[in-house]
Write a protein that binds this ligand. Structure first.
Ligand SMILES: Cc1cc2nc3c(=O)[nH]c(=O)nc-3n(C[C@H](O)[C@H](O)[C@H](O)COP(=O)(O)OP(=O)(O)OC[C@H]3O[C@@H](n4cnc5c(N)ncnc54)[C@H](O)[C@@H]3O)c2cc1C
Length: 387
């Protein structure tokens, strides 16, 4: 009997993927690492570093080459986000939102005109943001109340968005509003809103526990005028765009979680080899060795899940459940491992003079944004049990 078997290990990277991964790793070490503490303290990513991300080509990974992007697969975004998060989870999420939510949505639903107008900017200078959540609608996203009313060839938008990543820096917002609240989720419509559109402004920036350098902002829409030509997809079909984009975005958050877990664990291992207690490095104690081995095992499992979800997505196969599981599990691992690494550092782990505490603060968001852990469980359970 002859059988076709796939002999490719899940974590095996192609030559192109390896070169790209190494480039981003070098960038993260040389350009991002020296700024990490200051960015966390200032709650700000310098524009020069964002410009460097554009120059490296990691802000338009899937954008076609004819629009100045890299024309690369989704998996490359996962590698970029993972490598950046190993050093800094805030820079990682800036790049993640740009690629897995904003560019992705425009790639899938944008008209040729919208792609020609926005892709060259998104690949070279404009940061993008993805605005769904409001004060009263997070998990229950389609209860949003931002209202869009058509007047001639222009929509007039009124409402407020909350918690919008990249809000402080973004030039373009993929923003969801309802054209008819009576229609429920079937009224949700997605708009491409430029920062300079009349009636649009960015409000308060949140003062956060972790990913402090990543901006999280309120958006104000006061009779904001958006051309009809800036509806993404069809009116009333925004719910589909939101659901499907976030399904893919979750893989990116998984990548952020495995990257920061790896970064944290590397620090923990280095410290354990260096710190002396009872006349020897603490890494010599089996108690610590087992803890480190457990952390590394959980990280490996999480990475396999994230990579598998991304590979499924790139090969056009269903990935909804795998993406939800990958985010659920990798965010759990990230919280557990980063907490363990603080303990490996002992008292120093509790100090801001050492890197351990920041990884732990940064890890917490993985269980909250792009669908809380409960919402991932709901997605997985629905797939297993039906509605
Ligand atoms: C730093 C940060 C960045 C963010 N970036 C963005 C962004 O760029 N764009 C954007 O649109 N949003 C963004 N968000 C918003 C984020 O997606 C929401 O906070 C998240 O979806 C949870 O919504 P909520 O805060 O309203 O919590 P709620 O929905 O009020 O949830 C509160 C609790 O109730 C639980 N819960 C709710 N409903 C159920 C249910 N049916 N079954 C079981 N448990 C349930 C939740 O799991 C959670 O534990 C960001 C948030 C943060 C903190």
């Amino acid at each position: 009997m002859s059988a076709t078997i796939s002999n490719l290990p899940l974590t095996q990277l192609s030559e192109d993927e390896t070169i790209f991964r190494d480039q981003v790793r070098q960038f993260a070490e040389e350009r991002v690492r020296p700024l990490v503490s200051q960015m966390d303290r200032d709650a700000h990513i310098p524009r020069t570093l964002i410009d460097a991300c554009f120059e490296l080509g990691i802000m338009g990974i899937e954008i076609p080459e004819k629009h100045s992007g890299a024309g690369a697969p989704f998996f490359m975004s996962v590698l970029a986000v993972e490598e950046l998060a190993r050093v800094d989870a805030s820079v990682a999420v800036l790049v993640d939102v740009q690629n897995t939510l904003v560019n992705n949505a425009i790639l899938r639903w944008g008209t040729a005109d919208q792609q020609a107008r926005y892709f060259p900017k998104l690949a070279t200078e404009w940061v993008g943001a993805y605005a769904l959540s409001e004060a009263a609608s997070g998990s229950d996203a389609f209860a949003l109340s931002t209202r869009a009313t058509l007047e001639g060839d222009t929509y007039r938008l009124n409402g407020r968005k909350l918690w919008i990543t990249n809000g402080a820096e973004a030039g373009l917002f993929v923003l969801h509003a309802t054209v008819d609240p009576a229609k429920g989720y079937k009224g949700i419509t997605t708009f491409l809103v430029e920062r300079s559109f009349p009636g649009f402004s960015v409000g308060k920036k949140e003062n956060k526990l972790g990913i402090r350098a990543s901006s999280t902002c309120e958006l104000l829409l006061e009779d904001c005028r958006v051309p009809r030509a800036n509806v993404l997809g069809e009116p009333g079909k925004g719910y589909k765009i939101a659901i499907e984009t976030l399904n893919e975005g979750r893989i990116g958050i998984g990548a952020q979680m495995i990257g920061l877990t790896a970064g944290s664990l590397e620090h923990g291992i280095a410290y354990a080899k260096e710190r002396q207690a009872f006349g020897q490095p603490i890494a010599k104690f089996q108690g610590l060795q087992f803890q480190i081995a457990q952390c590394a095992t959980e990280l490996e499992a999480a990475r396999l899940m994230v990579y598998n979800a991304a590979r499924l997505r790139d090969s056009g196969q269903p990935f909804l459940v795998e993406a939800a599981m990958a985010k659920l599990f990798s965010s759990d691992v990230a919280e557990r491992v980063t907490s363990q690494v603080i303990e490996i550092y002992g008292g120093y782990g509790y100090s801001k003079d050492f890197p351990a505490e920041k990884y732990w603060r940064d890890a917490k968001i993985g269980k909250i944004y792009e669908g809380t852990s409960n919402m991932q469980l709901a997605t997985i359970a629905k797939a297993l049990l039906g509605k």
